[in-house]
Design a protein around this ligand. Sequence first.
Ligand SMILES: [Zn+2]
Length: 137
Amino acid sequence: MSKVTRAPEISIVRLHGEACIRCGSVSRPLHAAGQITYRGRPWNVVACDRHAPGQQLDGFRKDLPDWKFWRGRDEQGAQAGWYATRINDAPVEETVAHGLSRTVGAGSADELRRLVVEQDEARAELGIISLAAGSTS
Ligand SMILES: [Zn+2]
């Protein structure tokens, strides 16, 4: 057996979505915090109020400044769903008419990011925006 760097142990209650994946808190509400892969299988994990909101979205806001990101809420007021709306979008005739969406929603942060990038790529293909990768000039 080759020497393997072991990942830190993650308690089973965190993997099963019964405790915050980051701090282990079980105080409600707990929010869907996406999926992690641990020991070769995917786990749908949750996070407490302190650790769920914004954590991933903060990075998205930095990387994708043309989009406004937010969490939705369910009937109980708990966070549900991940959303983004494009700021300063081109006119509807150039976007929505071409099947593009100004607002996209997803069940996880990672999925949302993928959808947003797809939207920008489609806009670039139509010549509505230019994706100058890594350039801000
Ligand atoms: Zn927490």
